[in-house]
Design a protein around this ligand. Structure first.
Ligand SMILES: Cc1ncc(COP(=O)(O)O)c(C=O)c1O
Length: 364
């Protein structure tokens, strides 16, 4: 479905944050070059460093901190104009770290950033990782599912070359919380990073052959032992709806995001804050004569009023230093009319706020 080999290993997790942590744990263990599980990072001959764009999800930094690497081991690479990782800057950072005696071990690519839905050039990242001997981990929390849409699949091309891929099914697969997933290309690397079998969990062949024999357990592939039956809802949903229908619904959300972009570009009171390649759209209410600081306050208040009046539930975020409204369409029941209402009401609230609080700045 996602182009990963059938021999890959995978475990369902509470979400993409846990999936990112597992993926990076396997990367760290595989690339350390010594027995990291026994000796820990204090035995590392070189500082292990990894790379991701400035727009990577915060769960990556949290994972890096939990893995004991320290957040300064995560090199935040600048963005290009499309909010993707800048490849030249990445290459330069890797070379600089090598010159300084560090051990670059991993690049984290984004298949859909939280803010703008930007997808890094995953083919180029796979090439760099191949050339440099680095692990490629892709955070595809929601964007990875673009692979189910024939007309959009090219956007995540290269994802299938990753060493590990983290995803959520509670985002763009419309399933109830919680369900994420980590896939690891080489199952043996995955297992080596986690497998630990104390006597009370030994799972060899029993006298009657009823114990599952030497089949690995999920605890061999993550830090979790007891676990809920997350697979049931994933299996049932896929059986009931099928991958084609999921692809159609995802396509519908992408088309709705494009419609929203058109409506924003047609409205003089609004401006698009970033390209919107998938389903995340960032925009801002504007008014001639109002400076950026005041517009930030107005946009934040538009978010609050849209929510408190029960109209819509956008969030807000910061793009290029400015507060913008942030809409991510991941609901199979969303309709274009909902987006019409959002636009109309964002403008109405924006106009009312500027008239009430900044009357001297009204255009003549
Ligand atoms: C790109 C991305 N990565 C990771 C996460 C974390 O996922 P979760 O909330 O399922 O842990 C999110 C969103 O929450 C996300 O948008």
């Amino acid at each position: 479905m996602l182009g990963f080999p059938a021999s890959a290993s995978g475990v369902l997790t509470s979400g993409c944050s846990a999936a990112n942590l597992i993926g990076l744990a396997v990367a760290r263990h595989t690339k350390a070059g010594y027995d990291l599980r026994r000796q820990g990072l204090r035995a590392a001959p070189h500082k292990m460093v990894l790379y991701a764009s400035l727009e990577i999800h915060a769960s990556i930094q949290k994972a890096v901190e939990l893995l004991g690497l320290g957040s300064d081991a995560l090199r935040y690479v600048p963005l290009n104009d499309d909010f993707q990782i800048d490849l030249e800057a990445l290459q330069a950072a890797i070379s600089r770290d090598r010159r300084d005696g560090h051990l670059p071990f991993c690049v984290v690519g984004a298949a859909g950033t939280t803010n703008t839905g930007a997808i890094d050039d995953l083919q180029a990242l796979a090439d760099i990782c191949q050339r440099e001997g680095l692990w490629l981990h892709v955070d595809g929390a929601f964007g990875a599912w673009a692979a189910l849409v024939p007309g959009e699949r090219h956007r995540v091309s290269g994802m299938e070359r990753a060493d590990s891929l983290a995803l959520d099914l509670h985002k763009w697969m419309y399933m109830p919380y919680e369900i994420g997933c980590i896939l690891v290309r080489h199952a043996d690397e995955h297992r080596k990073a986690f497998s630990l079998t104390p006597a009370y969990l030994a799972h060899g062949e029993g006298e009657l052959g009823l114990t599952g024999g030497d089949l690995p357990w999920f605890s061999d592939y993550s830090f979790q032992l007891s676990r809920g039956f997350r697979a049931l809802k994933a299996w049932m949903s896929l059986k009931e709806h099928g991958a084609l229908k999921y692809g159609r619904l995802i396509q519908q959300n992408i088309e709705q995001a494009r419609y929203l972009v058109e409506r924003i570009e047609a409205a003089p009171e609004l401006e698009l804050a970033a390209p919107a390649p998938l389903n995340a759209v960032c925009f801002r209410y504007t008014r001639p004569g109002l400076d950026d600081a005041r517009l930030d306050k107005v946009n934040k208040q538009i978010e609050v009023e849209l929510q408190e009046e029960g109209i819509a539930v956008p969030s807000s975020t910061t793009i290029a230093g400015r507060c913008v409204l942030h809409v991510t369409i991941t609901n199979h029941r969303s309709r274009r009319e909902d987006l019409d209402v959002l636009i109309q009401e964002a403008i109405r609230i924006g106009n009312a706020l500027t008239e009430a609080y900044f009357p001297q700045e009204q255009p003549a």
